[in-house]
Write a protein that binds this ligand. Structure first.
Ligand code: MTE
Length: 322
């Protein structure tokens, strides 16, 4: 198995855009107080006082729900979805929530590099504080045929891409998860090609559905969900929605993702949900909703064909659904 060793992702000061310059590329209308007061929002468990005291972003939740994103099914119970997670860094089973608490998410930085006007490293709390957060109800379909429906909080990936100011030569965005085997026991399993890597085309990244989640159920993202920042691509199988991102690289080369390195015939680059294209080892026709016995028919592009089918029209010779 090919193992990628982490490259130093801290940039020399001279190569980086200062944080204030980065954020001044756009006028931020948001005021922490206005958002913190939040009206008409999702039903959710209140933040614990301790968490609110230690998390400077806690005041931004819950964020206002964007009513453009609706569901055809009930929201999955938080008690269920938060105890059934895929996060191989903490184990190759679903009960990783307790182990994931070892992840230190402060301080946390996101490095933006590659084909951009200027490479930069930004603090995750500052990023969350400066973006216009909103809540979206999305379906989530894992390649393993389980599904959930959850209220994510975050901001469009397109907003972050615009801030990053990629060069016109950029064709893909590659994302990378943290690497620290001292806290993530799964990363001691050397046969996996750590760090977890994912990627999208620029057009996919700019699509209105592509979302950077910083929260869920009206609260900052718990660690098992991929705190402090993760991707959410609801029309693709869940493995594309990479967690706990530390680096975002603009490139002209198609990234080879974690699962693609492990088994390219089973997990490809595109991974668009399609009930009619079975996984080599099981059917994708139906999905089991977490916390219920319900089996629902899987929908093309997980029900988001209207927003994304156009991204793939005319693409020939690509395995779009694996
Ligand atoms: N990101 C990282 N870094 N590591 C992972 O193991 N698993 C993926 C994805 N993102 C994974 C990851 C898979 S297979 C799925 S289905 C979703 O996260 C699960 O997200 P959830 O635990 O929030 O439901």
């Amino acid at each position: 198995m090919h193992v990628i060793h982490p490259k130093g992702w801290e940039l020399p000061e001279s190569a980086a855009t200062p944080e204030d310059v980065f954020f001044n590329r756009r006028k931020f209308l948001k005021s922490a107080l206005v958002v913190g007061a939040g009206a008409g929002l999702s039903s959710m468990v209140p933040l614990s006082a301790a968490r609110a005291a230690t998390d400077p972003t806690a005041q931004f939740y819950p964020a206002e729900r964007n009513s453009a994103f609706t569901l055809d099914r009930a929201i999955t119970d938080e008690a269920v979805s938060s105890q059934y997670n895929n996060f191989y860094e903490f184990g190759s089973h679903k009960r990783i929530a307790a182990a994931a608490q070892a992840l230190k998410i402060r301080p946390w930085t996101l490095t933006i590099d590659g084909l951009v006007e200027k490479e930069t490293t930004i603090d995750a709390d500052s990023l969350i504080g400066k973006m216009d957060l909103e809540e979206r109800l999305y379906r989530h379909r894992c390649v393993e045929a389980w599904a959930m429906a959850v209220p994510w909080t975050g901001f469009p990936l397109a907003d972050l891409i615009k801030l990053a100011a990629p060069l016109s030569s950029a064709k893909f965005v590659r994302f990378e998860t943290f690497e620290d085997a001292t806290v993530a026991s799964g990363q001691r399993q050397f046969w996996y090609p750590w760090p977890y890597v994912e990627g999208v085309t620029m057009a996919e990244g700019m699509n209105e559905l592509a979302f950077v989640a910083t929260g869920i159920y009206g609260k900052p993202l718990p660690k098992q969900f991929g705190a402090p920042i993760r991707l959410v691509l609801p029309w693709k199988y869940g493995f594309k929605s990479i967690k706990s991102i530390v680096r975002m690289t603009f490139t002209d080369e198609r990234p080879v993702s974690f699962w693609e390195q492990i088994a390219a015939t089973e997990y490809g680059f595109w991974a668009n949900v399609n009930p009619d294209v079975p996984h080599p080892r099981w059917s994708q026709a139906k999905e089991r909703m977490l916390g219920t016995d319900e089996e629902l028919p899987t929908q093309l592009y997980n029900g988001y064909a209207e927003q994304v089918a156009g991204l793939y029209s005319g693409m020939k010779g690509e395995e779009l659904y694996r």
